[in-house]
Design a protein around this ligand. Structure first.
Ligand SMILES: O=CC(=O)O
Length: 354
C-alpha cells in the first residue's frame, strides 16, 4: 500500500519544490526533518508521543545525527528540545544551514541561549500554561512524600529482611502546617490551590503581589520579605523562574533562617539553590529535609554528596511528565514548528529580551 502524505508547499525546502511542468520528484513526499536533541528513543521523549510528531515530520534522533552529521545537516529545519538540556551550542547551530526553529517542550528556556539562536535567524518557542497543573501536582507529591516519609516507608514495606514492623517512619503533619511559596506565578498559584485543600496555612513571596481576590480565593498571605517567609514556614516550595535575580536565591544564609524541622521543596530550577550549602545544612541537621525535582547538573553525578543523604528525595525533573500534559505539549510543539516552517507567527514565540 502506498501512503501519500500531503505536505504544504511552503513546508518544502526550495530544492524539494517542483515546477508545474516538471515531473514531481519522489522527494516531494518527504516530510520536513526535525532533530530531536534528547537522548532516549526517537523523539527524545516517551515513544507514545513520537507518532504525533511523525504525522508531520521525519524525526532524526540525536544518535542518528551524531553518527552521520553530513547526511542530515542540510535536512534539519527544526530542533526539538526539552527542558534543561543545554546541547544547542554555536557549533551545532553552525552546521544546520536550514534551521528555522528551536521548539522547546516546557516553559523554562533558561537552558537556551536565545540571543545566540536569534543571531542565526532562528525562532524559539516554548509551551507556556500547559504544565501548570501537572507541575503543581508534582510539587504537592514531593511535599507529601517527603513529609510522610513515603520512600523510607516503601523500602521497609518491600524489604526482604523485615519480619516485624517497628514505627520508624515518623513524619510531619501536612494538614495545618505552614507552606511558604516562593514565586507565585501560574504554577505557584496552582500549588496554593492544592495546599488550601490540605488546610495548610499559605504564605507567599513574589515580585508582584497578587490581587486581593486571588489571595483570598486560596487563603494566601503575602510576605514582602522572603526572610520572614523562610522563618515562618514548615515547608518552603520554590516555584520561581531561573534568572540572574534568582540564581542561588537560596544559599547558606537563607537556609539557616529556616526551621530545623522544615523541608525545602524545589520544582523550579536547580540553580536557584546553592547546592553546596544545601548539602551542608542537610548533613548538619540545620533543616530537616529536601525534596527536589531539579538539581544541577541533571542528572547529578552518581557520587554526588546529595545522593548519599537519606533526608533528600530526588526526582529526575519530571514535573510535567504525565500522558495528558505531555500529549498537549507535543501537539503544541508541532503546531509551533508547523507555523514557523509555513512562514506564520508561532503561537508561543520566545524573544530575546532587550
Ligand atoms: O521544567 C519544566 C518546564 O520549564 O516546563
Amino acid at each position: 500500500m502506498t501512503l501519500l502524505i500531503r505536505v504544504p508547499f511552503t513546508l518544502l525546502r526550495r530544492s524539494q519544490r517542483w515546477s508545474t511542468t516538471a515531473a514531481r520528484p519522489y522527494s516531494v513526499m518527504e516530510k520536513p526533518h526535525i532533530l530531536a536533541l534528547q537522548p532516549g528513543d526517537k523523539s527524545g521523549i516517551h515513544s507514545a508521543f513520537a507518532p504525533i510528531i511523525e504525522k508531520h515530520f521525519t524525526i532524526i534522533s540525536n544518535d542518528e545525527f551524531t553518527k552521520d552529521k553530513q547526511r542530515w545537516a542540510d535536512k534539519v529545519q527544526a530542533v526539538f528540545v526539552w527542558c534543561a538540556v543545554p546541547k544547542l551550542n554555536r557549533d551545532l547551530l553552525q552546521v544546520l544551514p536550514n534551521l528555522k526553529a528551536v521548539i522547546n517542550g516546557g516553559v523554562g528556556v533558561d537552558h537556551l541561549d536565545i540571543p545566540l539562536i536569534s543571531s542565526f535567524g532562528v525562532k524559539v518557542t516554548n509551551t507556556p500554561n500547559l504544565v501548570n497543573n501537572a507541575t503543581a501536582d508534582l510539587g504537592m507529591t514531593l511535599l507529601l512524600a517527603s513529609a510522610r516519609k513515603v520512600i523510607q516507608g516503601y523500602k521497609t514495606g518491600v524489604s526482604p529482611e523485615i519480619t516485624e514492623y517497628v514505627q520508624s517512619e515518623i513524619g510531619y503533619d501536612v494538614s495545618g502546617a505552614t507552606l511558604g511559596i516562593i514565586g507565585m506565578g501560574r504554577i505557584g498559584y496552582q500549588v496554593a490551590k492544592r495546599a488550601k485543600g490540605f488546610d495548610m496555612k499559605i504564605l507567599y513571596h513574589n515580585r508582584n503581589r497578587r490581587k486581593e481576590a486571588e489571595e483570598k480565593a486560596v487563603g494566601a498571605h503575602y510576605y514582602e520579605k522572603m526572610d520572614d517567609l523562610l522563618r515562618d514556614s514548615d515547608f518552603v516550595m520554590l516555584v520561581v523562574d531561573l534568572s540572574p535575580q534568582t540564581y542561588h536565591l537560596i544559599g547558606k544564609r537563607e537556609l539557616s533562617l529556616m526551621k530545623r524541622t522544615a523541608t525545602l521543596i524545589n520544582i523550579s530550577r536547580g540553580l536557584v539553590v546553592d547546592q553546596d550549602a544545601l548539602v551542608e545544612v542537610l548533613s548538619t541537621g540545620l533543616i530537616h529535609a529536601a525534596a527536589l525535582d531539579v538539581t544541577y547538573p541533571e542528572p547529578l553525578p552518581r557520587d554526588h554528596p546529595l545522593l548519599k543523604l537519606d533526608n533528600v528525595l530526588i526526582l529526575p525533573h519530571m514535573g510535567s511528565h504525565t500522558y495528558q500534559t505531555t500529549q498537549v505539549m507535543v501537539e503544541r510543539m508541532v503546531a509551533n514548528a508547523l507555523a514557523i516552517l509555513n512562514g506564520q507567527p508561532p503561537l508561543d514565540e520566545v524573544k530575546a529580551s532587550k
